[in-house]
Design a protein around this ligand. Structure first.
Ligand SMILES: Cc1cc2nc3c(=O)[nH]c(=O)nc-3n(C[C@H](O)[C@H](O)[C@H](O)COP(=O)(O)OP(=O)(O)OC[C@H]3O[C@@H](n4cnc5c(N)ncnc54)[C@H](O)[C@@H]3O)c2cc1C
Length: 315
């Protein structure tokens, strides 16, 4: 119920406008968001690199309805890629298609993403495409496959284990040698398209992880990123790669900035590539609400933070 409430609130513009002005909430977002500027994000990325972690920087922005805003969003990614290269940071970039104008026009969105992918390719870098709510899945996969057909190998797309269709999508992407980030899925989806129960999502996650790391996938040059903080999912992956004698170079783990920091470093110390998804920017509200939805305990962290504000503390 709590999850549903936060996910519904995450889409409310009026609530966003109000909440985004509350100073203490803005400060609290720092647990999950590197900062509001590119400079702050690059600083966090360098710190994570120093701890042996790879990064994927994400410029926050989604549901963009204005073509100029979509163009500016793409331009920020071009500047970001240039800065990553100039500063020698070990970081990919990750983006959302609705930030690139998918709701305005699919072709316009494609041209923006293509430009970012092309600059990344020139710099020897990669672009990860987040998967958004289920009405966008078809267009996202269409755009991803078009980039592959154009010869870009430096692009990855996220697939959500909670969707019934995902096994079919992953088989399809294995056949064409794609690159996939497997996640559980962060949006409120109806039972007609997604498993409503956590245990079914988890079982599907493990099934898809095995498919993505299995012999068929290895034969086509498919690349797997396993993105989760859930210990049983991490353990199932470690058990499977050990059983199948799959080396750490064949895949990577991914986690979100601010979640399970110790575990991130442990896996890196064991020789696995661990990539941390690091968002930045002023449009943090929907992202932050999805993180609250994933774990009700985060709400109590927020409330405690608010109650403990200096001016409100009992003298
Ligand atoms: C790198 C990365 C990229 C992602 N990209 C996408 C995407 O493109 N599209 C999409 O729909 N979703 C994306 N997600 C989110 C994902 O779908 C899940 O919502 C999220 O990862 C929580 O699922 P979980 O696998 O960690 O397992 P869960 O079962 O949700 O959580 C397992 C445990 O992890 C810890 N945990 C999980 N979430 C939090 C949190 N917010 N705060 C504190 N602790 C937490 C807790 O200890 C929890 O018990 C991404 C996740 C990661 C890690």
């Amino acid at each position: 119920m709590m999850r549903q409430l936060f996910l519904t609130l995450s889409q409310s513009r009026p609530v966003e406008t109000t909440v985004s002005r509350v100073g203490p909430v803005r400060r609290m977002t720092r647990r999950f968001v590197a900062g509001e500027t590119r400079g702050e994000a690059l600083h966090v990325a360098r710190t994570l690199n120093a701890d042996g972690l790879a990064v994927a920087l994400d410029y926050l922005g989604e549901s963009v309805n204005d073509p100029d805003e979509a163009r500016a969003h793409a331009e920020e990614y071009v500047s970001l890629l240039k800065a990553i290269r100039a500063q020698g940071v070990n970081s990919d970039v990750s983006l959302k298609l609705t930030g690139m104008g998918l709701d305005v026009d699919e072709e316009l969105c494609y041209q923006h993403v293509r430009r970012v992918v092309e600059v990344a390719d020139r710099h020897g870098n990669s672009v990860e495409i987040d998967m958004e709510a289920s009405p966008y899945v078809e267009a996202t996969l269409r755009l991803y496959k078009r980039l592959l057909r154009e010869g870009f190998r430096n692009v990855l797309v996220a697939i959500q284990a909670y969707l019934y269709r995902s096994e079919h999508d992953i088989r399809d992407l294995i056949a064409i040698g794609g690159r996939v980030r497997l996640v559980k899925g962060a949006y409120a989806e109806p039972p007609g398209v997604a498993f409503p129960q956590k245990q079914d999502v988890d079982a599907n996650f493990v099934r898809l992880m095995r498919l993505m790391l299995g012999p068929e996938a290895r034969a086509t040059g498919f690349f797997a990123a396993i993105a989760t903080h859930d210990e049983p999912m991490i353990r199932a992956t470690l058990d499977y790669v050990s059983e199948q004698r799959i080396g750490p170079e064949a895949f990577e783990f991914q986690m979100i900035y601010g979640i399970r920091r110790r575990r991130q470093r442990e896996l890196a110390a064991e020789g696995y590539t661990v990539r941390i998804y690091v968002p930045y920017g002023t449009h943090w509200y929907p992202y932050f609400m999805r993180r609250l939805a994933e774990r009700p305990a985060n709400l109590f962290f927020l409330l405690r933070h608010l109650v403990e504000l200096p001016g409100r503390r009992p003298k």
